[in-house]
Design a protein around this ligand. Structure first.
Ligand code: CU
Length: 270
């Protein structure tokens, strides 16, 4: 029987968790499972998203006549709720098949929609050209999810079976402002924060679980929570101006009861 020991390591320049806390309330769900409800906030003046200049493609530019499109990097509500943050439960879980349905990213009005999305290893990713102009879909992968394809014709759909787990950055080589991020994980316990900064991950196995959140600029943070069967556990994350992404946030030790030497699984921020 294994013992699971979790401890955090602070790294130089590491992001600091300034808001910690958990509470539990009853909730319905599968037996032995609980629900995690998280809130991600950005405290302090919200960074100004740069204005996107689309003059390089008149067909894109025409869509925004009289407007000032901005990058959707920081989408922060009045109370600090932060959208487009990917959240997932880390660790090893029993194999479960990836959903048959594909994860869809559209290219709409010369933007990727959604900007941040979650997917499973082994799941199909579809990237559609929903525009009247051409696009290029280029992944910057560290985990064998390599593709770089052209979509010159409206309506084209590119399909790809996701291989390795990572935060996959997808860009368009024709329009430098187009970026999308796919959180690829090998379990079903993930979500993306909405415009209020909240996320919900249901039917998580009870016990100590490590929750990781990731933002494209602010990087990752992790916390451990005690998920209780049939209950809802809340967890809060906070980003602040000046924070640097953590180089390393949490190391997890799986300690076999009959073995003294343990293998350290090092998690490195992407
Ligand atoms: Cu494009």
């Amino acid at each position: 029987m294994n013992r699971r020991v979790l401890f955090s390591l602070s790294a130089a320049g590491g992001a600091v968790l300034i808001a910690m806390g958990a509470s539990t309330t009853p909730v319905s769900g599968q037996v032995g499972m609980g629900t995690i409800v998280g809130h991600v906030k950005y405290l302090g003046p919200t960074p100004v998203n740069p204005v996107i200049r689309m003059g390089a493609d008149p067909r894109c530019n025409k869509l925004y006549v009289g407007k000032r499109p901005t990058s959707q990097t920081f989408v922060v509500a009045a109370d600090g709720g932060m959208a487009n943050v990917f959240a997932n439960v880390e660790g090893s879980f029993p194999n479960a098949p990836a959903p048959a349905a594909a994860v869809l990213i559209d290219q709409k009005d010369c933007m990727y929609v959604p900007r941040v999305v979650g997917a499973r290893t082994g799941q199909m990713l579809q990237v559609k050209n929903g525009d009247i102009t051409g696009h290029n879909v280029h992944s910057l992968s560290m985990a064998r999810n390599d593709f770089n394809i052209s979509q010159p014709t409206p309506g084209m759909v590119f399909e790809y079976k996701l291989k390795g787990g990572e935060m996959l950055h997808i860009k368009c080589d024709l329009h430098a402002w187009m970026n999308s991020y796919v959180g690829i994980v090998d379990n079903p316990y993930f979500a993306v924060t909405g415009t209020d900064g909240s996320f919900t991950i249901a039917n998580v196995p009870a016990g100590k679980q490590t929750i990781r959140v990731w933002h494209e600029v602010m990087g990752p943070q992790t916390q451990t929570v005690d998920v209780q069967a049939g209950k809802m556990t809340t967890v809060d994350f906070t980003y602040m101006p000046g924070q640097k992404p953590a180089a390393r946030a949490v190391r997890e030790l799986i300690v076999p009861a009959d073995v003294e030497l343990v293998k350290i699984i090092t998690w490195r921020a992407q």
